[in-house]
Design a protein around this ligand. Structure first.
Ligand SMILES: Cc1cc2nc3c(=O)[nH]c(=O)nc-3n(C[C@H](O)[C@H](O)[C@H](O)COP(=O)(O)OP(=O)(O)OC[C@H]3O[C@@H](n4cnc5c(N)ncnc54)[C@H](O)[C@@H]3O)c2cc1C
Length: 337
């Protein structure tokens, strides 16, 4: 009989033999995406339990409080890794390699997205492991102690099934495929991890940057743009989102045009979001996009076409050019602040 836990993105068969001994999972988490990290740990915990192993976490830029939250979400050991730069993949890579030497995990899990997928690719290249990017579920083949991963392909028209081999087996999990499983009574170790990276691999630069926007999956306000933005509309969308304390989302078309990152895509092949307020700018409202917006959101749609399908679903509609509507909206908000 098969058991399927959609909350953790994990499946297993009740017919499997006794779990092999040893084996552990290393999850890579970034403090600025802590909620995504907690969801990743739900999958990591299940995987480690099935392998009779432990869950170690490389937590970048997080403090002890964040580390303890990850323990409650399923971690046994959390290593706090400080990084000089938020986007320095080489620095992350060296730290993860050092942790792998210490924890010797069978599997490494990351959250799929621009940073996670790139890091995973670099790790697989350096370590010689096998990799699946953007999986939506994983399980274990007990006979070969291998991870089985499924991954939507061909624009979601098909699902590919992969069996990973060797060690480490690296998987990036799509956001939204698992929910955090919090146990307030769990205990584990949180400790600082120091490593010395080869100087030649690091290029550190510091810049003053604004606080990162809230995680798309947990944002209560999302301003999203589509093809109707023409690309330049995303500047206005970013400005409005910042004023409202929200996050910028996008349609697949906008991502394909390169106007937004893949981690900002909402819909069938992107994130499923649960905002209170969703402002759709230049978005037609196809089912593939709308299925990424959970029920309960108040939807405001700005579109030049009076017959745009999104108007059928929207709570508030603005028939007009977003290049005129958004500046007026932004000006009113600024005046009110
Ligand atoms: C298997 C599969 C999976 C998919 N998964 C996803 C997914 O995860 N997410 C996703 O988003 N899509 C997905 N798609 C694509 C989806 O079908 C649509 O093609 C896409 O969502 C359309 O994006 P859009 O609304 O930005 O563009 P369009 O459909 O081209 O709409 C643009 C809209 O902008 C309006 N507009 C134009 N100019 C202006 C202006 N100046 N001001 C205001 N409005 C203006 C137009 O009237 C139009 O309604 C998927 C498709 C397939 C086949």
């Amino acid at each position: 009989m098969d058991y399927w836990n959609t909350d953790s993105g994990w499946s297993m068969s009740s017919d499997e033999p006794a779990s092999p001994s040893g084996g552990g999972v290393l999850a890579v988490v970034f403090a600025e995406s802590l909620n995504a990290g907690k969801a990743l740990l739900a999958t990591a915990r299940q995987l480690a339990d099935e392998l009779s192993g432990t869950v170690s976490v490389a937590l970048f830029n997080g403090d002890e409080t964040a580390g303890n939250e990850l323990v409650k979400a399923g971690a046994d050991n959390v290593y706090l890794v400080a990084s000089d730069s938020d986007s320095l993949l080489a620095g992350y890579l060296e730290a993860i390699k050092a942790l792998i030497e210490q924890a010797a995990p069978d599997a490494i899990l990351l959250t799929s997205g621009r940073r996670g997928d790139e890091l995973a690719g670099l790790l697989a290249g350096r370590l010689g492991g096998t990799l699946v990017v953007g999986a939506n579920a994983i399980s274990v083949d007990y006979s070969e102690r291998a991870i089985l991963a499924t991954q939507p392909v061909y624009g979601g028209a098909a699902i590919a099934s992969w069996k990973l081999a060797g060690k480490p087996q690296i998987v990036t999990m799509r956001p939204g495929t698992a929910s955090p499983l919090i146990d307030k009574h769990r205990s584990g170790k949180v400790e600082a991890f120091s490593f010395s990276a080869p100087a030649s691999s690091l290029q550190v630069s510091k810049a003053d940057s604004p606080a990162p926007p809230p995680d798309l999956l947990h944002a209560s306000i999302i301003v999203a743009g589509g093809r109707g933005t023409g690309g330049d509309g995303f500047k206005l969308i970013g400005e409005l989102a910042a004023l409202l304390g929200g996050t910028v989302g996008a349609t697949k078309s906008a991502v394909r045009e390169g106007w937004a990152g893949p981690e900002q895509q909402i819909g069938m092949l992107g994130a499923t979001v649960k905002p209170r307020l969703y402002i759709a700018c230049g978005i037609s409202g196809t089912p593939e996009h709308l299925m990424g917006i959970a029920e309960g959101a108040t939807i405001v749609a700005i579109n030049t076409a009076p017959q745009a399908p999104i108007f059928a679903l929207a709570d508030y509609v603005v028939v007009g050019d977003l290049h005129e509507v958004l500046p007026a909206f932004i000006a009113r908000l600024k005046k009110a602040q």
